[in-house]
Design a protein around this ligand. Sequence first.
Ligand code: 1BO
Length: 272
Amino acid sequence: MQFIEANGARIPAIGLGTWELRGRACARLVEQAIRFGYRHIDTAQMYENEREVGEGLRASGIGRDDVFVTTKVWTTHFAPNDLERSVKESLKQLRLAQIDLVLLHWPNPRVPLAETLSALANVRRLGMARHIGVSNFTVALIEQAVALCPEPLVCDQVEYHPYLDQAKVLEACRRHDMALVAYSPVAKGRIKNDEALARIGVAHGKTAAQVCLRWLIQQNVPAIPRTSRIERLSENIEIFDFTLTDDEMARISAMGNANGRLTDFGFAPKWD
Ligand code: 1BO
């Protein structure tokens, strides 16, 4: 497994996203993912599957130091005392003594960012989280967060795939030694039918999805593809034995624009 370094964190380049995975199926998938070589599991309090993620980790037999676990605090728990309580609850559900990375799931303009970040930093100081970061933050919000947070932020987890141009967010992350972590990296399955990516894949003996994930990690972007299918687990991780040329990288980067977003909500920030 390749790692991507950001502000002192070593984030495995490929992880398993678990949004909408529930119950036994979630635990089984986490266990299988670890057996296939995944070393990063991404969950969130809002996904209501932290308990099953913990079960899957234990069933896999993986040593605690060999796996990187990310969870996220939901926006209704951003008031300082709530935030600490919420992370304690995540630790209890996961049955872990420490979470590798705790993120603010979405920005919440109703709670002053300085207060939320100071509570998040405290969670790190108390040892409940090894690292902290944000998710779904725009460039402007990243700048504010970096200026306000008393501890280093290691990432902004955002939607990123070849159909969505995230050059500005990527640049802001790099400016602050943060990683952009890509969720929905294969555009919710749309990539697998992409003819241009499939053509590039033929030259490397790879699928369109593998080309897409490789394009991300060659930009130093860790990706967390979600799948509910065991056979996709191995496909998504077999991307460390080929390299895209500069020309291929540029052609894929040119496919994106600002309208390619697939995950949006009424409570989302005004995207840059
Ligand atoms: C509302 C949840 C989006 C993915 O983390």
